[in-house]
Design a protein around this ligand. Structure first.
Ligand SMILES: Nc1ncnc2c1ncn2[C@@H]1O[C@H](COP(=O)(O)OP(=O)(O)OP(=O)(O)O)[C@@H](O)[C@H]1O
Ligand SMILES: [Mg+2]
Length: 504
Protein backbone atom coordinates (compact mmCIF):
# COMPACT_ATOMS: atom_id res chain seq x y z
CA UNK A 1 0.00 0.00 0.00
CA UNK A 2 2.95 2.30 0.56
CA UNK A 3 3.34 2.97 -3.14
CA UNK A 4 -0.30 3.97 -3.61
CA UNK A 5 -0.94 7.52 -4.74
CA UNK A 6 -1.60 10.00 -1.99
CA UNK A 7 -5.26 10.27 -1.12
CA UNK A 8 -7.09 13.55 -1.43
CA UNK A 9 -10.01 14.20 0.91
CA UNK A 10 -12.74 16.55 -0.11
CA UNK A 11 -15.56 17.78 2.12
CA UNK A 12 -18.41 19.43 0.25
CA UNK A 13 -20.98 21.60 2.02
CA UNK A 14 -20.85 19.54 5.20
CA UNK A 15 -23.39 20.24 7.91
CA UNK A 16 -23.86 18.65 11.32
CA UNK A 17 -26.42 19.65 13.92
CA UNK A 18 -27.09 18.49 17.43
CA UNK A 19 -30.22 19.52 19.28
CA UNK A 20 -29.64 23.17 19.97
CA UNK A 21 -26.13 23.33 18.45
CA UNK A 22 -24.89 23.64 14.91
CA UNK A 23 -21.52 21.92 15.08
CA UNK A 24 -20.79 22.47 11.38
CA UNK A 25 -22.57 24.54 8.78
CA UNK A 26 -21.87 24.41 5.04
CA UNK A 27 -18.18 23.62 5.41
CA UNK A 28 -16.20 22.78 2.27
CA UNK A 29 -12.54 21.88 2.52
CA UNK A 30 -10.09 20.19 0.18
CA UNK A 31 -7.27 18.30 1.84
CA UNK A 32 -4.64 17.77 -0.84
CA UNK A 33 -3.07 14.32 -1.04
CA UNK A 34 0.30 13.88 0.64
CA UNK A 35 0.07 17.07 2.68
CA UNK A 36 -0.29 17.99 6.31
CA UNK A 37 -3.48 19.98 6.70
CA UNK A 38 -3.81 21.95 9.93
CA UNK A 39 -7.23 22.46 11.47
CA UNK A 40 -7.59 25.23 14.05
CA UNK A 41 -10.42 26.96 15.88
CA UNK A 42 -11.59 27.85 19.37
CA UNK A 43 -13.02 25.24 21.72
CA UNK A 44 -16.31 24.09 20.24
CA UNK A 45 -15.54 25.41 16.74
CA UNK A 46 -16.23 22.00 15.18
CA UNK A 47 -12.74 20.60 14.65
CA UNK A 48 -13.34 17.22 16.25
CA UNK A 49 -16.69 16.97 14.53
CA UNK A 50 -15.01 17.47 11.16
CA UNK A 51 -12.33 14.92 12.03
CA UNK A 52 -14.95 12.41 13.15
CA UNK A 53 -16.86 12.82 9.89
CA UNK A 54 -13.72 12.05 7.87
CA UNK A 55 -12.97 9.07 10.10
CA UNK A 56 -16.46 7.57 9.94
CA UNK A 57 -17.15 8.11 13.63
CA UNK A 58 -20.19 10.24 12.91
CA UNK A 59 -22.24 10.92 9.80
CA UNK A 60 -22.93 14.40 8.49
CA UNK A 61 -26.50 15.68 8.20
CA UNK A 62 -25.69 17.50 4.95
CA UNK A 63 -23.03 17.43 2.30
CA UNK A 64 -20.69 14.84 0.84
CA UNK A 65 -17.33 13.36 1.59
CA UNK A 66 -15.00 12.30 -1.21
CA UNK A 67 -11.78 10.34 -1.04
CA UNK A 68 -10.01 11.01 -4.30
CA UNK A 69 -12.97 11.27 -6.61
CA UNK A 70 -15.01 8.57 -5.00
CA UNK A 71 -17.89 9.58 -2.75
CA UNK A 72 -17.79 7.64 0.51
CA UNK A 73 -20.43 7.14 3.17
CA UNK A 74 -18.73 5.52 6.10
CA UNK A 75 -21.03 4.14 8.74
CA UNK A 76 -18.33 3.25 11.26
CA UNK A 77 -14.67 3.97 12.06
CA UNK A 78 -14.00 0.36 11.11
CA UNK A 79 -15.27 0.95 7.59
CA UNK A 80 -13.10 4.04 7.31
CA UNK A 81 -10.08 2.16 8.65
CA UNK A 82 -10.52 -0.58 6.07
CA UNK A 83 -10.66 2.16 3.44
CA UNK A 84 -7.30 3.48 4.72
CA UNK A 85 -8.50 6.27 7.00
CA UNK A 86 -7.38 6.23 10.61
CA UNK A 87 -8.36 8.60 13.38
CA UNK A 88 -6.45 9.40 16.53
CA UNK A 89 -9.19 10.75 18.69
CA UNK A 90 -8.94 13.54 21.21
CA UNK A 91 -10.77 11.50 23.79
CA UNK A 92 -8.49 8.45 23.56
CA UNK A 93 -10.81 5.54 24.05
CA UNK A 94 -9.00 2.33 23.19
CA UNK A 95 -10.17 -0.79 24.98
CA UNK A 96 -8.72 -0.53 28.49
CA UNK A 97 -8.38 -4.26 29.12
CA UNK A 98 -6.24 -4.85 26.01
CA UNK A 99 -2.48 -4.83 25.99
CA UNK A 100 -0.72 -2.17 23.94
CA UNK A 101 0.18 -4.73 21.26
CA UNK A 102 -3.37 -6.05 21.00
CA UNK A 103 -4.73 -2.56 20.76
CA UNK A 104 -2.22 -1.49 18.09
CA UNK A 105 -3.07 -4.47 15.87
CA UNK A 106 -6.74 -4.70 16.74
CA UNK A 107 -8.65 -5.71 13.60
CA UNK A 108 -5.48 -6.13 11.53
CA UNK A 109 -3.82 -8.93 13.48
CA UNK A 110 -1.45 -11.09 11.42
CA UNK A 111 -3.28 -14.39 11.02
CA UNK A 112 -2.53 -17.82 9.71
CA UNK A 113 -5.36 -20.26 9.11
CA UNK A 114 -7.54 -17.80 11.02
CA UNK A 115 -5.31 -17.88 14.06
CA UNK A 116 -3.64 -14.77 15.41
CA UNK A 117 0.14 -15.07 15.01
CA UNK A 118 1.21 -13.69 18.38
CA UNK A 119 4.94 -14.05 17.91
CA UNK A 120 4.82 -12.39 14.54
CA UNK A 121 2.68 -9.61 15.96
CA UNK A 122 5.18 -9.08 18.76
CA UNK A 123 8.04 -8.93 16.26
CA UNK A 124 6.14 -6.44 14.13
CA UNK A 125 5.47 -4.36 17.22
CA UNK A 126 9.13 -4.29 18.23
CA UNK A 127 10.04 -3.21 14.70
CA UNK A 128 7.38 -0.55 14.71
CA UNK A 129 8.46 1.11 17.93
CA UNK A 130 12.12 1.03 17.06
CA UNK A 131 11.29 2.46 13.64
CA UNK A 132 9.42 5.34 15.23
CA UNK A 133 11.71 5.75 18.22
CA UNK A 134 8.98 5.18 20.81
CA UNK A 135 9.52 3.56 24.16
CA UNK A 136 6.36 1.78 25.09
CA UNK A 137 5.88 -1.56 26.82
CA UNK A 138 3.76 -3.68 24.51
CA UNK A 139 2.48 -5.84 27.34
CA UNK A 140 1.13 -2.99 29.44
CA UNK A 141 -2.64 -2.80 29.72
CA UNK A 142 -3.93 0.22 27.86
CA UNK A 143 -6.25 1.15 30.71
CA UNK A 144 -3.29 1.44 33.07
CA UNK A 145 -1.22 3.72 30.84
CA UNK A 146 -0.58 7.36 31.52
CA UNK A 147 -2.26 9.72 29.11
CA UNK A 148 0.85 10.39 27.03
CA UNK A 149 1.37 6.65 26.51
CA UNK A 150 -2.27 6.16 25.54
CA UNK A 151 -1.70 8.83 22.95
CA UNK A 152 1.36 6.99 21.66
CA UNK A 153 -0.68 3.78 21.43
CA UNK A 154 -3.21 5.56 19.25
CA UNK A 155 -0.48 6.94 17.01
CA UNK A 156 1.02 3.48 16.62
CA UNK A 157 -2.44 2.10 15.80
CA UNK A 158 -2.69 4.48 12.88
CA UNK A 159 0.77 3.82 11.46
CA UNK A 160 0.47 0.06 11.99
CA UNK A 161 -2.65 0.00 9.84
CA UNK A 162 -0.67 1.72 7.10
CA UNK A 163 -3.41 4.29 6.78
CA UNK A 164 -3.43 6.59 3.74
CA UNK A 165 -5.18 9.34 5.64
CA UNK A 166 -4.62 9.98 9.33
CA UNK A 167 -6.72 12.39 11.31
CA UNK A 168 -4.90 13.48 14.44
CA UNK A 169 -7.05 15.31 16.95
CA UNK A 170 -4.68 17.13 19.31
CA UNK A 171 -2.08 14.38 19.29
CA UNK A 172 0.50 16.35 21.25
CA UNK A 173 -1.72 17.71 24.00
CA UNK A 174 -0.12 15.47 26.61
CA UNK A 175 3.26 14.80 25.06
CA UNK A 176 6.48 16.38 26.27
CA UNK A 177 8.44 18.62 23.93
CA UNK A 178 10.80 15.77 23.12
CA UNK A 179 7.93 13.43 22.29
CA UNK A 180 6.28 16.16 20.27
CA UNK A 181 9.46 16.48 18.21
CA UNK A 182 9.43 12.72 17.66
CA UNK A 183 5.83 12.87 16.54
CA UNK A 184 6.57 15.73 14.18
CA UNK A 185 9.39 13.76 12.67
CA UNK A 186 6.97 10.85 12.22
CA UNK A 187 4.44 13.10 10.57
CA UNK A 188 7.02 14.44 8.13
CA UNK A 189 8.11 10.91 7.29
CA UNK A 190 4.49 9.90 6.78
CA UNK A 191 3.99 12.83 4.44
CA UNK A 192 7.10 11.93 2.46
CA UNK A 193 5.66 8.44 2.18
CA UNK A 194 2.57 9.90 0.57
CA UNK A 195 0.26 9.89 3.58
CA UNK A 196 -2.28 12.64 4.06
CA UNK A 197 -2.52 14.08 7.55
CA UNK A 198 -5.23 16.20 9.09
CA UNK A 199 -3.71 17.81 12.15
CA UNK A 200 -5.95 19.41 14.78
CA UNK A 201 -4.12 21.48 17.36
CA UNK A 202 -4.34 24.44 19.68
CA UNK A 203 -0.59 24.87 19.41
CA UNK A 204 -0.52 27.35 16.58
CA UNK A 205 3.26 27.37 16.44
CA UNK A 206 3.20 23.62 15.78
CA UNK A 207 0.64 24.03 13.05
CA UNK A 208 2.64 26.76 11.37
CA UNK A 209 5.80 24.72 11.55
CA UNK A 210 4.34 21.44 10.40
CA UNK A 211 1.39 22.00 8.12
CA UNK A 212 1.35 22.87 4.44
CA UNK A 213 -2.13 24.27 4.53
CA UNK A 214 -4.39 25.38 7.35
CA UNK A 215 -8.15 25.62 7.73
CA UNK A 216 -9.66 27.94 10.32
CA UNK A 217 -13.09 27.20 11.75
CA UNK A 218 -15.17 29.49 13.90
CA UNK A 219 -18.49 28.47 15.49
CA UNK A 220 -19.04 25.71 12.96
CA UNK A 221 -18.31 27.93 9.96
CA UNK A 222 -15.38 27.88 7.59
CA UNK A 223 -13.34 31.05 7.98
CA UNK A 224 -10.73 30.15 5.35
CA UNK A 225 -8.29 27.59 4.04
CA UNK A 226 -4.86 29.03 3.23
CA UNK A 227 -1.24 27.97 2.73
CA UNK A 228 0.59 28.30 6.08
CA UNK A 229 3.12 30.56 4.39
CA UNK A 230 0.37 33.18 4.31
CA UNK A 231 -0.49 32.84 8.00
CA UNK A 232 1.01 33.90 11.32
CA UNK A 233 -0.06 33.10 14.89
CA UNK A 234 -1.72 36.50 15.01
CA UNK A 235 -3.63 35.98 11.78
CA UNK A 236 -4.82 32.55 12.95
CA UNK A 237 -5.94 33.90 16.32
CA UNK A 238 -7.74 36.73 14.58
CA UNK A 239 -9.47 34.16 12.35
CA UNK A 240 -10.43 31.99 15.32
CA UNK A 241 -11.77 34.69 17.59
CA UNK A 242 -12.39 37.61 15.30
CA UNK A 243 -9.86 39.65 17.28
CA UNK A 244 -6.43 39.09 18.74
CA UNK A 245 -6.37 37.71 22.28
CA UNK A 246 -3.28 39.13 23.93
CA UNK A 247 -1.04 37.01 26.12
CA UNK A 248 -0.70 38.34 29.63
CA UNK A 249 2.35 38.76 31.75
CA UNK A 250 1.96 38.16 35.46
CA UNK A 251 3.91 40.01 38.10
CA UNK A 252 5.61 37.59 40.44
CA UNK A 253 6.08 38.44 44.08
CA UNK A 254 9.68 38.04 45.30
CA UNK A 255 10.64 37.07 48.84
CA UNK A 256 7.23 35.95 49.96
CA UNK A 257 6.94 36.05 53.75
CA UNK A 258 3.38 34.81 54.02
CA UNK A 259 2.77 31.70 56.15
CA UNK A 260 3.49 28.25 54.75
CA UNK A 261 0.22 26.60 53.72
CA UNK A 262 1.36 23.27 52.31
CA UNK A 263 4.22 21.54 54.08
CA UNK A 264 5.28 18.18 52.67
CA UNK A 265 8.13 16.38 54.37
CA UNK A 266 9.95 13.17 53.47
CA UNK A 267 7.16 11.92 51.24
CA UNK A 268 7.93 8.47 49.97
CA UNK A 269 6.25 6.02 47.67
CA UNK A 270 8.09 2.85 46.92
CA UNK A 271 9.60 2.84 43.44
CA UNK A 272 7.88 6.11 42.54
CA UNK A 273 8.71 8.99 44.88
CA UNK A 274 11.85 9.42 46.95
CA UNK A 275 12.01 11.63 50.01
CA UNK A 276 10.11 14.61 48.69
CA UNK A 277 10.02 17.74 50.82
CA UNK A 278 8.51 21.01 49.72
CA UNK A 279 6.74 24.00 51.16
CA UNK A 280 4.36 26.35 49.46
CA UNK A 281 3.39 29.65 51.01
CA UNK A 282 0.09 31.39 50.91
CA UNK A 283 -0.09 33.25 47.60
CA UNK A 284 2.70 31.27 46.03
CA UNK A 285 2.59 29.37 42.74
CA UNK A 286 5.16 26.60 42.59
CA UNK A 287 5.73 24.98 39.22
CA UNK A 288 6.90 21.41 38.79
CA UNK A 289 9.04 20.80 35.75
CA UNK A 290 10.38 17.46 34.57
CA UNK A 291 10.06 14.87 31.86
CA UNK A 292 7.07 12.59 31.56
CA UNK A 293 7.71 9.80 34.03
CA UNK A 294 9.82 11.99 36.33
CA UNK A 295 7.18 11.69 39.03
CA UNK A 296 5.36 15.01 38.75
CA UNK A 297 1.86 13.58 38.39
CA UNK A 298 2.69 10.89 40.93
CA UNK A 299 3.65 13.57 43.44
CA UNK A 300 0.43 15.45 42.82
CA UNK A 301 -1.55 12.24 43.22
CA UNK A 302 0.27 11.29 46.42
CA UNK A 303 -0.26 14.68 48.06
CA UNK A 304 -3.91 14.76 47.12
CA UNK A 305 -4.73 11.29 48.38
CA UNK A 306 -5.33 9.76 44.94
CA UNK A 307 -2.41 7.32 45.45
CA UNK A 308 -1.24 5.79 48.74
CA UNK A 309 2.09 6.81 50.31
CA UNK A 310 4.64 4.71 52.16
CA UNK A 311 6.03 7.45 54.35
CA UNK A 312 6.31 11.15 55.05
CA UNK A 313 4.03 13.84 56.40
CA UNK A 314 1.69 16.40 54.92
CA UNK A 315 0.57 19.48 56.82
CA UNK A 316 -1.87 22.16 55.77
CA UNK A 317 -1.79 25.51 57.57
CA UNK A 318 0.42 24.05 60.25
CA UNK A 319 -1.76 21.05 61.05
CA UNK A 320 -0.53 17.56 60.19
CA UNK A 321 -3.07 15.71 58.09
CA UNK A 322 -3.45 12.00 57.47
CA UNK A 323 -4.45 11.98 53.81
CA UNK A 324 -5.52 8.56 52.64
CA UNK A 325 -8.12 9.46 50.07
CA UNK A 326 -9.23 12.36 47.88
CA UNK A 327 -11.97 12.99 50.43
CA UNK A 328 -9.36 13.46 53.18
CA UNK A 329 -7.49 15.89 50.94
CA UNK A 330 -10.66 17.84 50.28
CA UNK A 331 -11.45 17.98 53.98
CA UNK A 332 -7.95 19.40 54.51
CA UNK A 333 -8.72 22.21 52.07
CA UNK A 334 -7.01 20.81 49.00
CA UNK A 335 -8.33 20.84 45.46
CA UNK A 336 -6.86 18.63 42.78
CA UNK A 337 -7.38 18.91 39.04
CA UNK A 338 -6.00 15.63 37.70
CA UNK A 339 -4.33 15.01 34.37
CA UNK A 340 -7.00 12.88 32.78
CA UNK A 341 -10.44 14.37 32.75
CA UNK A 342 -12.02 11.22 31.46
CA UNK A 343 -10.52 8.68 33.85
CA UNK A 344 -10.29 10.65 37.07
CA UNK A 345 -12.19 13.78 36.50
CA UNK A 346 -15.59 14.17 34.99
CA UNK A 347 -18.82 12.26 35.19
CA UNK A 348 -19.49 12.37 31.47
CA UNK A 349 -23.01 11.04 31.74
CA UNK A 350 -24.06 13.77 34.18
CA UNK A 351 -25.02 17.34 33.44
CA UNK A 352 -22.63 20.26 33.28
CA UNK A 353 -24.23 21.62 36.46
CA UNK A 354 -23.69 18.39 38.36
CA UNK A 355 -20.07 18.21 37.31
CA UNK A 356 -19.38 21.79 38.25
CA UNK A 357 -21.18 21.72 41.56
CA UNK A 358 -19.98 18.43 42.91
CA UNK A 359 -16.33 18.59 43.78
CA UNK A 360 -16.61 14.94 44.59
CA UNK A 361 -20.02 13.46 44.22
CA UNK A 362 -19.71 10.77 46.86
CA UNK A 363 -17.98 12.69 49.58
CA UNK A 364 -20.12 15.76 49.17
CA UNK A 365 -23.23 13.65 49.35
CA UNK A 366 -22.12 11.66 52.35
CA UNK A 367 -20.27 14.30 54.31
CA UNK A 368 -22.37 17.35 53.93
CA UNK A 369 -25.70 15.70 53.29
CA UNK A 370 -27.23 18.87 52.02
CA UNK A 371 -25.92 20.76 49.03
CA UNK A 372 -26.21 24.47 48.90
CA UNK A 373 -27.53 24.18 45.41
CA UNK A 374 -28.95 27.60 44.72
CA UNK A 375 -25.81 29.41 45.79
CA UNK A 376 -23.53 27.05 43.91
CA UNK A 377 -25.68 27.24 40.78
CA UNK A 378 -25.33 30.98 40.73
CA UNK A 379 -21.59 30.72 41.13
CA UNK A 380 -21.51 28.01 38.48
CA UNK A 381 -23.10 30.11 35.81
CA UNK A 382 -20.77 33.01 36.45
CA UNK A 383 -17.81 30.64 36.18
CA UNK A 384 -19.13 29.13 32.96
CA UNK A 385 -19.23 32.65 31.56
CA UNK A 386 -15.80 33.56 32.87
CA UNK A 387 -14.26 30.47 31.28
CA UNK A 388 -16.41 30.93 28.16
CA UNK A 389 -17.76 27.38 28.32
CA UNK A 390 -19.72 26.89 25.13
CA UNK A 391 -22.63 26.39 25.22
CA UNK A 392 -23.11 27.73 28.79
CA UNK A 393 -26.05 25.42 29.40
CA UNK A 394 -25.96 23.86 32.90
CA UNK A 395 -28.41 21.09 32.01
CA UNK A 396 -26.39 19.82 29.04
CA UNK A 397 -24.87 16.35 29.21
CA UNK A 398 -21.15 16.74 29.81
CA UNK A 399 -20.20 14.13 27.20
CA UNK A 400 -21.66 16.42 24.54
CA UNK A 401 -19.31 19.30 25.26
CA UNK A 402 -16.24 19.62 23.07
CA UNK A 403 -12.99 18.35 24.59
CA UNK A 404 -11.64 21.76 25.51
CA UNK A 405 -14.89 22.80 27.10
CA UNK A 406 -14.81 19.65 29.23
CA UNK A 407 -11.38 20.67 30.44
CA UNK A 408 -12.64 24.11 31.40
CA UNK A 409 -15.41 22.48 33.38
CA UNK A 410 -13.01 20.38 35.30
CA UNK A 411 -11.27 23.52 36.35
CA UNK A 412 -14.45 25.44 37.11
CA UNK A 413 -15.69 22.96 39.64
CA UNK A 414 -12.74 23.46 41.96
CA UNK A 415 -12.84 27.19 41.62
CA UNK A 416 -16.09 27.25 43.55
CA UNK A 417 -14.37 26.25 46.71
CA UNK A 418 -11.52 28.76 47.06
CA UNK A 419 -9.15 26.00 48.20
CA UNK A 420 -6.20 26.47 50.59
CA UNK A 421 -4.08 24.27 48.37
CA UNK A 422 -4.69 24.00 44.65
CA UNK A 423 -2.94 21.20 42.79
CA UNK A 424 -3.14 21.40 39.01
CA UNK A 425 -1.93 18.72 36.63
CA UNK A 426 -2.03 19.99 33.04
CA UNK A 427 -4.82 22.50 33.68
CA UNK A 428 -4.97 23.90 30.15
CA UNK A 429 -4.51 20.81 28.04
CA UNK A 430 -6.64 21.05 24.93
CA UNK A 431 -7.92 24.50 25.84
CA UNK A 432 -7.92 27.31 23.27
CA UNK A 433 -5.79 30.43 23.68
CA UNK A 434 -8.59 32.63 25.02
CA UNK A 435 -9.69 30.11 27.65
CA UNK A 436 -6.09 29.42 28.49
CA UNK A 437 -5.60 33.09 29.29
CA UNK A 438 -8.77 33.01 31.42
CA UNK A 439 -7.50 29.97 33.33
CA UNK A 440 -4.11 31.60 33.86
CA UNK A 441 -5.83 34.67 35.26
CA UNK A 442 -7.90 32.48 37.57
CA UNK A 443 -4.83 30.66 38.86
CA UNK A 444 -3.12 33.96 39.47
CA UNK A 445 -6.19 35.39 41.24
CA UNK A 446 -6.57 32.35 43.47
CA UNK A 447 -2.95 32.70 44.52
CA UNK A 448 -3.43 36.42 45.14
CA UNK A 449 -6.36 35.52 47.39
CA UNK A 450 -4.09 33.29 49.47
CA UNK A 451 -4.20 29.79 47.96
CA UNK A 452 -0.97 27.81 47.72
CA UNK A 453 -0.68 26.50 44.16
CA UNK A 454 1.25 23.52 42.81
CA UNK A 455 1.29 23.60 39.01
CA UNK A 456 2.31 20.82 36.66
CA UNK A 457 2.46 21.37 32.93
CA UNK A 458 4.27 19.73 30.04
CA UNK A 459 4.33 23.15 28.48
CA UNK A 460 7.37 24.57 30.08
CA UNK A 461 6.38 28.07 28.97
CA UNK A 462 3.21 27.76 31.03
CA UNK A 463 5.18 26.82 34.14
CA UNK A 464 7.66 29.64 33.63
CA UNK A 465 4.92 32.13 32.86
CA UNK A 466 3.05 31.54 36.09
CA UNK A 467 5.38 30.05 38.72
CA UNK A 468 7.03 32.07 41.44
CA UNK A 469 9.36 29.17 42.03
CA UNK A 470 10.18 26.14 39.86
CA UNK A 471 11.10 22.71 41.19
CA UNK A 472 12.57 20.19 38.80
CA UNK A 473 11.83 16.51 39.28
CA UNK A 474 13.82 13.62 37.99
CA UNK A 475 13.38 9.93 38.75
CA UNK A 476 11.01 10.53 41.62
CA UNK A 477 13.09 13.18 43.40
CA UNK A 478 13.23 16.95 43.41
CA UNK A 479 16.66 17.61 41.97
CA UNK A 480 16.77 21.35 41.41
CA UNK A 481 15.09 24.55 42.47
CA UNK A 482 14.82 27.86 40.61
CA UNK A 483 13.30 31.21 41.54
CA UNK A 484 10.92 33.16 39.31
CA UNK A 485 11.58 33.40 35.56
CA UNK A 486 14.51 30.99 35.27
CA UNK A 487 16.16 30.58 31.85
CA UNK A 488 14.32 27.96 29.85
CA UNK A 489 17.44 26.05 28.82
CA UNK A 490 18.64 25.78 32.43
CA UNK A 491 15.32 24.20 33.43
CA UNK A 492 15.41 21.83 30.46
CA UNK A 493 18.98 20.78 31.25
CA UNK A 494 17.98 20.07 34.83
CA UNK A 495 15.01 18.04 33.65
CA UNK A 496 17.34 15.93 31.54
CA UNK A 497 19.76 15.64 34.44
CA UNK A 498 22.51 17.66 32.77
CA UNK A 499 24.69 20.42 34.12
CA UNK A 500 24.27 22.57 37.20
CA UNK A 501 24.36 21.77 40.84
CA UNK A 502 21.70 19.48 42.18
CA UNK A 503 20.21 19.55 45.64
CA UNK A 504 20.38 16.23 47.41
N1 LIG B 1 -22.87 14.50 20.75
C1 LIG B 1 -23.08 15.83 20.83
N2 LIG B 1 -24.27 16.31 21.27
C2 LIG B 1 -24.50 17.65 21.34
N3 LIG B 1 -23.59 18.58 20.99
C3 LIG B 1 -22.40 18.17 20.54
C4 LIG B 1 -22.08 16.77 20.44
N4 LIG B 1 -20.82 16.67 19.97
C5 LIG B 1 -20.37 17.93 19.78
N5 LIG B 1 -21.33 18.83 20.12
C6 LIG B 1 -21.22 20.29 20.03
O1 LIG B 1 -20.73 20.64 18.74
C7 LIG B 1 -19.84 21.76 18.82
C8 LIG B 1 -18.52 21.40 18.15
O2 LIG B 1 -17.84 20.43 18.93
P1 LIG B 1 -16.40 19.87 18.57
O3 LIG B 1 -16.13 18.77 19.54
O4 LIG B 1 -16.33 19.55 17.13
O5 LIG B 1 -15.46 21.13 18.90
P2 LIG B 1 -13.88 21.27 18.80
O6 LIG B 1 -13.60 22.32 17.80
O7 LIG B 1 -13.26 19.95 18.61
O8 LIG B 1 -13.52 21.87 20.25
P3 LIG B 1 -12.28 21.56 21.25
O9 LIG B 1 -11.18 22.46 20.86
O10 LIG B 1 -12.84 22.02 22.59
O11 LIG B 1 -11.98 20.12 21.22
C9 LIG B 1 -19.71 22.09 20.30
O12 LIG B 1 -20.59 23.18 20.57
C10 LIG B 1 -20.18 20.85 21.00
O13 LIG B 1 -20.74 21.16 22.25
MG1 LIG C 1 -12.10 18.74 19.82
Amino acid sequence: MSSAAAARVRLVEIGKRYSGTTALDNVSVVVAGGTVHGLVGANGAGKSTLGKIIGGVIRPDDGQLFVDDRQVRYTSPREARIDGIATISQELSPMPHMSVIESVYFGIEPRRFGLVQWRQMRRQYEKLISLWGFELDGNAKVGMLRTADKQKTEILRAVAADARVIVMDEPTSSLTSVETKTLHRMIRTLREGGRTIVYVSHFLDEVLELADTVTVLRSGHLVRTAPVAEETEESLVAGMFGAAAAAEHFEKPRNLTTPVVLDVSGLHRKGVLRDISLQIRSGEIVGLAGLVGSGRSELARAISGADPIDGGTIAVDGTARAIRSPADAMAAGMAFVPESRKDDGLFLELSVAANTTFADLRSVASRLGILRLALERAKTSSLLKLLSVEPPVPSMKTANLSGGNQQKLMFARWMLRGPRVLILDEPTRGVDVAARAAIHRLINNLAAEGSAVLLISSEIEEVLGLAHRVLVMRRGSITREFGADPPLDAVMEAAFGLGGRTIE
